[in-house]
Design a protein around this ligand. Structure first.
Ligand code: SF4
Length: 341
């Protein structure tokens, strides 16, 4: 996939006091990106568009470069102790993405230049918990790999974590620009996870992300570079022919990933779910979406964010578990497998 070039970039003046801010500005100028100034990365005005939808689409083509002031990391249970904040927002247009609701009126893409402060905070968290291992998730509020050609922050994070006896990093991506991370020192402390899905789901619901072939090629490179590798199959979505779609997916992963690392691959399976507020936002942003958000076909489940979510009924959940579980057991018999509802 071609790397992302934003249409415009807003800089906080304070960002230019950091060498990374200056580097990013130069990089963007070389890409002919329009450079603008903002007083705060949390308050961007002037993104073009005559309708709410146009402003939303243009926001996802807008980069904001700022200084991360809040250095208290959010929790990211159960898969990690902390969310490490190196970016917020995403250029992708996945119809089901939860960032549409969590980021609300700020869907633009923010990156932070005070990476040294962020790493120092991570070091402090590691120190507090040692000898327990502290895990950090870098993709809770964005897809950091899609921004790596602009910031280089994942590389800094991976190399930092390589030296941490008690620190581990994980992130997930739907992009494929892994080349700059293949030859660097990681010490096996970073788990590189790819979010993958049946071709039908990627084609219909994941515009502006890397295609399945591209993600699989990238995953193979990452495995060969010695990183612990994982796949998140999410959202598992039931459409006509889903069994065949997911069977093909797992077979393609098995064929592409060297068998020597199959035992060390992790799988996380997450069924498709939505909430009422999410449905309203999705229908506003993607009015022609084919995503089936009919509550009557779902079962209500109380979510940990204090709101009901609509999940598949038990019989369908059982079918998902049975099919995916047996495919993964067949092709990756020793892999770690977790299923989340
Ligand atoms: S790539 Fe990930 S973060 Fe970006 S829109 Fe898609 S689901 Fe959301």
């Amino acid at each position: 996939m071609r790397v992302w070039v934003p249409d415009r970039a807003y800089f906080e003046p304070a960002a230019m006091e950091y060498s990374l801010g200056q580097e990013i500005r130069q990089r963007l100028q070389d890409m002919d990106v329009e450079i603008l100034t903002t007083t705060s990365h949390n308050r961007i005005t002037g993104i073009p568009g005559n309708t709410e939808l146009q402003v939303y689409a243009n926001s996802k083509r807008t980069l904001v470069v700022g200084v991360r002031k809040t250095l208290k990391f959010d929790s990211s249970k159960p898969s990690a102790e902390y969310a490490i904040p190196i970016s917020t927002g995403c250029l992708g247009h996945c119809h089901y993405c939860y960032l549409q609701t969590t980021l609300g009126a700020k869907p633009y893409v923010r990156v932070y230049v005070n990476i040294e402060d962020i790493l120092a905070q991570a070091a402090q968290y590691i120190e507090e918990r040692k000898p327990e291992i502290t895990r950090f998730e870098a993709a809770c509020t964005s897809d950091p790999l899609s921004l790596e050609h602009i910031t280089g922050n994942l590389k800094r994070l991976i190399e930092f974590m390589a030296d941490q006896e008690y620190g581990r990093l994980r992130f997930v991506t739907k992009y494929d620009q892994v080349d700059s991370l293949l030859g660097i020192r990681h010490n096996g402390h970073t788990r590189f996870r790819f979010s993958v899905n049946a071709d039908y789901v990627i084609k219909n619901f994941e515009p502006s992300t890397a295609r399945l072939d591209e993600r699989i090629t990238a995953a193979r490179k990452v495995a060969l570079a010695g990183y612990p590798l994982g796949f998140i199959i999410a959202p598992i979505y039931l459409y006509d022919g889903w069994e065949e779609g997911y069977t093909t997916l797992v077979k393609r992963l098995a064929d592409a990933i060297p068998t020597s690392v199959h035992a060390n691959v992790s799988f996380e399976l997450i069924q498709h779910r939505f909430t009422k507020p999410a449905k309203r936002v999705i229908e506003k942003h993607y009015p022609k979406t084919k995503l089936d958000l009919d509550e009557t076909k779902r079962k209500m489940k109380w979510g940990r964010y204090g709101i009901y979510k609509y999940v598949y009924p038990h019989t369908e959940q059982d079918r998902i578990r049975e099919l995916l579980g047996s495919l993964i057991n067949t092709h990756f018999p020793e892999a770690e497998l977790e299923y989340f509802t």
